[in-house]
Design a protein around this ligand. Structure first.
Ligand SMILES: *Cc1c(COP(=O)(O)O)cnc(C)c1O
Length: 355
């Protein structure tokens, strides 16, 4: 196997030009999955971004460090964000606001057709309430532009009351600031791998808004790390997701300002495990969640990390990730959503068996 260029301290000093607030400290663990890997015929590593230290953690903590860094530079005293009822981003934005001593305001969209009482009251939603978040309802689901417009109206109202909200929008017409957090995550991961002398052949990562996927890809390429970054579609199909991630990656590269170019073929997305759609569990995801829990006590959620693992299992089954490969799975969190999907995950037999 060819060795990487010796780069003992993979880092991108350009990141320091962007304002950042610190919401946690240290590196998240990079763990070898010694049961699940052999079970799949591969060497498997997990980057545990579910373990960063803010309010049950997850990938949005890294994104928020850069969004709220900009907010702090603008003198914000409030975070305003929009998301699904079980959004991890909303929960973590509210948590970050509390850490900084700001007020959390959130707009919750009806994005997932689920009337289940656990979905509507537990998981992230319960945590939003514990955090004392002010909740604004938005009845529409898959309409980013309308959700953003309504968000701007709420922001205008808050400003008229003398508040200074920092608004985190959904749409592509706003800068991908949070993607810088995954540029940084790629550097951190690369450093950890280099210290262990490891060189994975594939990275597998969920692809939703695309900032995690695009940010990691840009970070890797900016370091000269050529590993394929396989994005598992969790929200849109591959035909919609590919141009979105490409655009976001080019914008993030632009923010970083190294002159890095991202080629179309560098963006890889796959939607084989997406059906029936965002936030709706399927059999492959259920299998992936059980397998990770039973082999590694690795807890994955139905919307993102479980679906991403389902995508990884699919790639191995199809031979797109060949046996013997060394694979890095990026665990992006989502842990509280497990409780919101109780009806989909808990075997109903427990009650009757106990009786
Ligand atoms: C939001 C989220 C993702 C997707 O990240 P994007 O940057 O939106 O693509 C993946 N996993 C979890 C747990 C998330 O909350």
């Amino acid at each position: 196997m060819s060795q990487p260029e010796p780069q003992p301290d993979a880092a991108l000093p350009e990141l320091a030009a962007h304002p950042k607030v610190e919401l946690w400290q240290g590196d998240t663990p990079l763990e070898q999955l010694n049961n699940l890997g052999p079970c799949l015929g591969i060497t498997l590593w997990a980057k545990r971004d579910d373990c960063n230290g803010l309010a049950m953690g997850g990938n949005k903590v890294r994104q928020l460090e850069y969004y709220l860094g900009r907010g702090a530079a603008e003198g914000a005293d409030t975070v305003l964000i929009t998301g699904a009822v079980q959004s991890n981003f909303v929960r973590l934005a509210a948590a970050a606001a509390r850490r900084l001593g700001w007020q959390p305001e959130v707009q919750l969209e009806d994005r997932v057709p689920k009337d289940d009482p656990f979905y509507r009251a537990s998981g992230n939603f319960l945590l939003d309430q514990l955090l004392g978040t002010r909740i604004h309802r938005f009845p529409q689901g898959e309409n980013e532009a309308a959700a953003d417009r309504n968000l701007d109206e709420i922001a205008a109202r808050l400003r008229s009351e003398g508040r200074r909200p920092y608004v985190i929008h959904l749409g592509l017409d706003h800068p991908p600031t949070g993607g810088l957090g995954y540029v940084e995550a790629a550097c951190e991961t690369r450093r950890q791998l280099q210290r262990m002398g490891r060189e994975p052949s594939h990275v597998v990562i969920p692809s939703g808004s695309g900032l995690t996927h695009a940010g990691f890809l840009v970070g890797a390429r900016a370091l000269g790390w050529r590993v394929p970054v396989l994005g598992i579609c969790v929200r849109r199909d591959a035909a919609q997701q590919h141009p979105r991630v490409l655009r976001r990656a080019r914008e993030i590269a632009g923010l970083l300002g190294t002159g890095l170019e991202i080629a179309e073929q560098d963006v890889i997305v796959d939607d084989s495990v997406l059906a029936p759609g965002y936030g709706q569990i399927n059999e492959q995801t259920r299998t992936a969640i059980r397998l990770a829990a039973e082999t590694e006590a690795l807890l994955l959620d139905p919307v993102y990390s479980g679906r991403c693992m389902a995508g990884l299992l699919h790639f191995v089954e199809q031979g797109r990730i060949p046996k013997g490969s060394e694979v890095l799975f990026v665990h992006t969190g989502g842990t509280p959503a497990i409780f919101a999907y109780q009806s989909d995950l808990a075997p109903p037999a427990i009650d009757s068996a106990a009786g």
